[in-house]
Design a protein. Structure first.
Length: 257
């Protein structure tokens, strides 16, 4: 699926070396993402709303481009560096050493410690309470080892293929908790406050970053644009609008590891 979205142009961002952004399509920032819709990040049809949708528009504006085109690409393809012609991917991606072997990452635009998304009727105040919950985990998630190694659930988690399937299990009530990157959990809770809440976070230093094809000439300039959007408050504004609760307001649950 490909969706073209408009934005206004400005003078383009330039890297320290003086080069300008080189889009795959003239005048357009082509962005790959996997999850449509993704509450808090990509909303609407076409997906014009949400944190990453807004970030895409602000990046295009900062890079001197006239619009944004959104291309839906499977997550497994994105993290393997195959963007199907897109300039970059914004898809709630956590950089890892393994993923860095086939793609390039910018500086993180959001900090993303592990967050616990739970059904409204479910709660836990400490690691013992977390262990007693019924968990659902995804085979494709980098957070599944966190559940298994740091939470060590009393009951065997329900294992599914990906995040979409995990959310279906959670919504059905077959499980009570799902570990997600905290901004993703906050976006879901903000979008469905009658169904979900975020009961806590674990300590961690991960972040969500833009992914570019390995060896892309645009990494430095996109990185610079993201840093500018952080320093001028744009990303803080997007966070407040689309993710609701501040990450600092979510209780920290210590696991002892």
């Amino acid at each position: 699926m490909s969706v073209a979205l408009g934005t206004s142009a400005c003078s383009g961002e330039r890297s320290a070396a003086g080069s300008s952004f080189q889009p795959s399509k003239p005048g357009v920032l082509t962005v790959a993402t996997a999850f449509l819709p993704a509450p808090g990040f990509w909303e609407g049809r076409p997906p014009t709303s949400g944190f990453e949708a807004g970030l895409a528009h602000d990046l295009a504006h900062r890079l001197g481009l006239n619009g944004v085109e959104v291309v839906q690409v499977p997550f497994s393809e994105i993290v393997a560096g195959r963007l199907h012609g897109a300039d970059l991917a914004l898809s709630q991606i956590t950089p890892t050493e393994e993923r860095g072997g086939s793609a390039d990452f910018t500086t993180p635009y959001l900090s993303a410690p592990p967050g616990i998304l739970a059904l409204r009727r479910v709660d836990a105040a400490d690691v013992d309470g977390l262990r007693d919950l019924r968990w659902v985990v995804s085979r494709s998630s980098t957070l599944t080892p966190v559940v298994m190694d740091r939470i060590r659930p009393t009951h065997d988690p329900i294992e599914v293929e990906d995040r979409a399937a995990a959310l279906r299990v959670l919504r059905s009530g077959r499980a009570g908790a799902l570990m997600l990157d905290l901004p993703v959990a906050l976006g879901l809770a903000h979008a469905e406050p009658g169904r979900f809440h975020v009961i806590g976070q674990l300590d961690g230093d991960h972040g969500l970053a833009a992914l570019l094809p390995e060896g892309s000439h645009n990494v430095e300039i996109v990185d610079s644009a993201i840093r500018s959007l952080q320093s001028d408050g744009t990303i803080d504004d997007l966070t407040e609008r689309w993710l609701g609760e501040s990450q600092s307001d979510v209780p920290l649950i210590l696991t002892g590891d």
